[in-house]
Design a protein. Structure first.
Ligand SMILES: Cc1ncc(COP(=O)(O)O)c(C=O)c1O
Lengths: 411, 267
């Protein structure tokens, strides 16, 4: 198969660190396709369709055109002058907050909606945590005239009420999920249950680099535009050099995977994914199988999945995409955590120093950089690119309440 | 260790079900969620005595994605009571019901315990087979080898969406019986039998000599009898578990299973 990527690449897909995981969807020992038989044919059909589309210049042209004329790409890289001076490290932000609908989620969704249309599907379903992926899916459904149902945990519907209304405005139906921890994990279960019954007419527009093959790979490819753009933009700002470190927050891990895809091969930039301390699959998890994939999962000694607990709905997930587990296993990326308190501080600090209100998810990456700046991990004088995965408008009410209550741990 | 197969693919489960079919009977496999209440073992015994040919015992998982609200609720209650896979297997080991027990669970519990270890525990508990719905053909091997070695029959599923070549491959690798998924959807009661139930039964029957049981969406004695015009048997889960959640208890469960038996026996 020819390489689907643009630009010069001397390595074949299978030799790349972030290449094609092949027909079994394996990233080292992680990934795979652990779904009920009812869904296996649909996953195979999706994989075949994506493989064809991804090497089809007409598909790529249409996607690029939409991402540009509708999605607002390319998004800029902004140098944070005041924060850099305060921290003693040069901080660059990849501004996914400026993409249409306010986060990187639109990149994935426009691609999947185009694919769904090619496959003749008339209905999109999605899970959502913070609501950003749900909003993006509802947006694409409106754009393409498709029916849209979004599953969202009851806890998340409360803390992200504004996004619920946005989805409804966009014509989507938001279904409250009352099972389990009533957050993202349970919304994925419910979306999968819907899909088993509706697979003939429906495309499951999964929101991150997780789930059964081909999703982890497909979503990473659809998000690699973040990394590819960043790499070129950084070279321009840094006189042809790459940043010393590239940092992104990771829930399921799609903005991180898309960012890393631009740097994993061909640079020596240190790649860092930052998870919520209360949902840190890479730190507190062990390998397991959930939602169609083998990856790192937070679980008890019997294998029951534990509930994540984070201030940010988008990172409140007990797992992480399988490619991240693999990147950690081979030492190409490292995974760190940020806790609720420092995240709320970072949220305010970026707002005050740069005039940029980040999403709480993105604030995890900022918080970790703030903590590490000037240490041997991120020495004074080094250069760091942070993917600012989304804007914080959706979070201002929640943060206001937290600050009024004078605490940062409650939901 | 008990339950060593006579030959690979001909363990207690397959032999029992084939014998029943041979004598002209339809196969009845009720499902009960293990640990769902204090009486669940009594329920299993009562159901076995009410005309079941094998019994499926669910080992509850925190994220039962192929299950609808009824079995989700039963799983939640079971987990709330502190139910663990090892605990269920230990309980089953003390049971003497005279029919094969098949456990149904999700793969993470198997993976976490270790394939060989849990296959061995199942065999020691007298379990004959296992159904792991989120472990499709492509991902099966590591578990299936451990299961074969321990004499545990891994029952595979065929769905309405499964294409013909795949049906053949699944039937070849399935042990004990083949589980035909009656409808595209999760477990749950249906007011009428989906057309796909009979179609799946026909397609699987044509592909294998193994007994073929249809489950998911078979809810009433009438539906069971209708699908058994084509299939060798039925698995009935949500309709029984709902009654248990509503407090039917072992006696009520046995009554319902008897009514299924009567319908399958042509009464
Ligand atoms: C702004 C933002 N960033 C990050 C995430 C986490 O997702 P992922 O790890 O897939 O990028 C979300 C999810 O809701 C989000 O809304």
């Amino acid at each position: 198969m020819s390489s689907p990527h643009s630009g010069p690449r001397s390595l074949s897909e299978s030799e790349l660190i972030m290449g094609d995981p092949g027909p079994t969807g394996r990233f080292g020992e992680f990934g795979g396709r652990f779904v009920p038989e009812s869904l296996v044919p649909a996953c195979m059909e999706l994989e075949a369709s994506f493989r064809r589309a991804w090497i089809d210049p007409a598909f790529r042209r249409e996607l690029d055109h939409l991402l540009h004329s509708y999605g607002g790409r390319p998004t800029p890289v902004t140098e944070c002058l005041r924060l850099s001076e305060e921290l003693g490290v040069r901080v660059l932000l990849k501004r996914e907050d400026l993409a249409h609908t306010g986060s990187h989620k639109i990149n994935n969704v426009v691609g999947q909606a185009l694919l769904a249309r090619r496959m003749g599907k008339k209905r999109l379903i999605a899970e959502t945590g913070a609501g950003q992926h749900g909003v993006a899916t509802a947006t694409a459904a409106a754009l393409f005239g498709m029916e849209c149902v979004v599953y969202m945990g009851a806890v998340d519907m409360e803390r992200q009420a504004l996004n619920v209304f946005r989805m409804e405005l966009l014509g989507a139906e938001v279904r409250s999920v009352e099972s389990g921890s009533r957050t993202l994990k349970d919304a994925v279960n419910e979306a999968l249950r819907d899909w088993v019954a509706s697979v003939d007419t429906t495309h499951y527009c999964l929101g991150s680099v997780m789930g059964p093959h081909p999703y982890p790979w497909m979503v990473r490819e659809l998000q690699r535009v973040v990394g590819d753009e960043s790499r070129a933009q950084c070279r321009e700002i840094l006189d042809g050099k790459d940043p010393d470190m590239v940092v992104a927050c990771a829930g399921g891990g799609s903005n991180a995977a898309g960012t890393f895809a631009g740097f994993a091969d061909g640079t020596s930039s240190v790649l860092v994914g930052v998870e919520a301390a209360g949902g840190a699959a890479m730190h507190n998890g062990i390998p397991g199988v959930l939602h169609g994939m083998r990856s790192a999962l937070i679980q008890d000694e019997s294998g029951q999945i534990l509930e994540a607990e984070s201030i940010s709905a988008g990172l409140d997930y007990p797992g992480i995409g399988p490619e991240h587990a693999h990147l950690a296993a081979i030492g190409r990326a490292r995974y760190e955590t940020a806790d609720d308190t420092e995240v709320v501080e970072a949220f305010q600090r970026l707002s005050k120093t740069e005039g940029i209100i980040p999403a709480l998810e993105s604030a995890h990456a900022v918080a970790w950089v703030i903590r590490m700046a000037g240490t041997e991990v991120l020495p004074t004088g080094s250069t760091v690119l942070i993917t600012l995965s989304g804007r914080g408008d959706k979070d201002v009410a929640q943060v206001r309440d937290i600050l009024r209550r004078g605490e940062t741990t409650a939901r | 260790m008990i339950g060593k197969p006579i030959a690979p693919g001909r363990g207690v489960l397959e032999t029992t079900l084939r014998d029943r079919r041979q004598s002209g009977d339809k196969l009845l496999v009720p499902y009960v969620t293990g640990g769902m209440d204090d009486e669940w073992l009594v329920t299993v015994e009562a159901v076995a005595g009410a005309g079941a040919d094998a019994i499926e015992v669910g080992i509850p998982f925190s994220d039962p994605m192929i299950d609808g609200p009824v079995i989700q609720e039963a799983s939640l209650r079971a987990l709330g009571r502190g139910t663990t896979p090892a605990g269920i297997l230990a309980d089953l080991g003390r049971l003497h019901i005279g029919i094969p027990v098949v456990v149904m669970t999700y793969y993470n519990l198997i993976y976490r315990a270790g394939h060989q270890r849990i296959a061995g525990l199942m065999a020691e508990s007298g379990v004959s087979g296992a159904i792991i719905p989120d472990l499709p053909l492509e991902e099966l091997e590591p578990w299936a080898m451990a299961a074969d070695d321990a004499g545990i029959a891994t029952v595979l599923l065929v769905a309405p969406s499964t294409p013909p070549e795949r049906i053949a491959a699944i039937c070849l690798r399935s042990r004990g019986f083949v589980y035909g998924v009656g409808r595209m959807g999760v477990t749950g009661e249906q007011s009428s039998l989906a057309g796909s139930a009979r179609e799946v039964a026909e397609r699987v029957r044509a592909a294998t000599e193994l007994p073929v049981c249809i489950g998911i969406g078979v809810s009433t004695p009438e539906q069971a009898a209708a699908v058994c015009e084509v299939a060798d048997g039925v698995v009935v889960g949500s309709a029984l578990v709902r009654r248990l959640l509503e407090g039917a208890g072992p006696v009520g469960a046995a009554e319902f299973v008897s009514s299924l038996r009567v319908a399958l026996d042509g009464g």
